[in-house]
Design a protein around this ligand. Structure first.
Ligand SMILES: [Zn+2]
Length: 219
């Protein structure tokens, strides 16, 4: 069951992340223009890597990589996806966040694990303090891949791959508490009215923004 809900902007949110008063977060749909709403976003040129970049209060495109880290009040980081899995990390103790882009290559490269490690290195984040939200991406229902890709996930021949679950397991292996990992279980390809899907729409597919930020002022 999904614990995610849609707010009145049609952005998907997680109640457990709402409960962190300092955090702003959301997983965009095709129905909302997040860069228009949040003009201070930092993003990356995404390259399906395990490269993590510290945003340090900057905005705009900050170079190449697939996870952006931030702990500056008033700043927010985002990833763009259309089938790949967006993951938001939030360290409740140190008030630090990361936005992660994990397609199959990034998942194989262990970008989610690297992002948890990078938060530890940069912010002193303890994995047990980290909440992780796995947003809408292509589901196992729709993600059949050829033998070359399947082999990376321990499958033979053509196979259906569960990218969200692979990332969830990676987060657990990184020390994130299973109870603090929230999965949307929403498939981008199955829901054309809500989500862009590269596999479904090819070059016509747009991209959705998922973001996490630190509020400028907390009461
Ligand atoms: Zn599907």
């Amino acid at each position: 069951m999904s614990v995610f809900y849609q707010d009145f902007h049609q952005i998907y949110r997680v109640p457990e992340l709402d409960a962190l008063g300092w955090l702003e977060h959301g997983f965009g749909t095709r129905l909302v223009d997040i860069p228009e709403m949040y003009r201070s976003l930092a993003t990356l040129k995404q390259i399906h890597s395990a490269t993590c970049v510290a945003a340090k209060g900057r905005r705009g495109e900050l170079g190449a990589g697939d996870a952006l880290l931030e702990n500056t009040p008033g700043a927010a980081v985002a990833v763009r996806t259309a089938d790949c899995i967006p993951i938001l990390l939030a360290d409740e103790r140190n008030r630090a966040v990361a936005a992660v882009h994990a397609g199959w290559r990034g998942t194989v490269a262990q970008i989610a694990r690297r992002a948890v490690e990078a938060m530890r290195e940069r912010f002193g984040s303890v994995p047990a303090d980290v909440h992780a939200a796995i947003g809408p991406g292509i589901g196992k229902c729709c993600y059949e891949v050829g033998p070359e890709v399947a082999a990376h996930f321990g499958e033979e021949g053509r196979a259906r791959i569960d990218l969200a679950e692979a990332n969830r397991m990676q987060l657990v292996a990184s020390g994130v508490t299973a109870e603090r990992i929230y999965a949307s279980n929403l498939c981008t390809m199955c829901r054309p009215s809500e989500f862009h899907s590269y596999r479904r729409d090819r070059e016509a597919a747009g991209r959705m923004y998922s973001f996490a930020g630190i509020r400028a002022a907390v009461q």
